[in-house]
Design a protein around this ligand. Structure first.
Ligand code: HEM
Length: 144
């Protein structure tokens, strides 16, 4: 995992800080025993070449850059074996990295955006968003 010690917190969202966040986040996603295999099954050797699509996605969501185009929902509906635990872990790691790199207002902003998107993905997978609030609540303010 990336070190969280003595890092000055970012106060601004821009392409550079988003790129740093997404790079660190997916480094840990890839190494995670639960999430890693779920991504690996679909991405395999495409991991590195795929990363710029994540930068484009998050800069589109957070900065309105419009540099991303694609159907994120459809892509996730065909990832095999995804459960509520995967979404929970994804949000935990996102919370950890956002609060490590950014000051509180920016971290909350990033967490809210991810939570809204994840709710839709979760609903698509489980055909029911009822359990989602429990997941989101449990992943707030996580420690390492
Ligand atoms: C439950 C955990 C998750 C798993 C296992 C997962 C897995 C994947 C996989 C395998 C891909 C590659 C799809 C492909 O290229 O065919 C992908 C792409 C992507 N995921 Fe996830 N994902 C998860 C959660 C999320 C969440 C919560 C978000 C956003 C909040 C997200 C955002 C994206 C984006 C932006 C892409 C790129 C789509 C594209 O290239 O068109 N993922 N994900």
């Amino acid at each position: 995992m990336y070190s969280v010690i003595d890092q000055p917190k970012r106060t601004e969202l821009h392409l550079d800080s988003i790129t740093q966040l997404v790079t660190r986040f997916y480094f840990d996603v890839r190494a995670d025993p639960l999430l890693g295999p779920a991504f690996e099954t679909v991405l395999g050797s495409r991991w590195a070449s795929h990363l710029p699509r994540r930068f484009a996605f998050w800069s589109t969501v957070m900065l309105g850059s419009r540099s991303f185009s694609g159907d994120v929902f459809a892509k996730h509906m065909v990832v095999p074996g995804v459960t509520a635990r995967h979404f929970e872990r994804w949000l935990q790691l996102w919370a950890l990295h956002t609060q490590t790199l950014f000051d509180d207002p920016q971290a909350r902003h990033l967490q809210k955006a991810a939570s809204d998107i994840t709710r839709n993905l979760y609903r698509g997978h489980s055909r029911n968003a009822a359990g989602f609030d429990v997941i989101a609540l449990e992943t707030r303010h996580v420690g390492r």
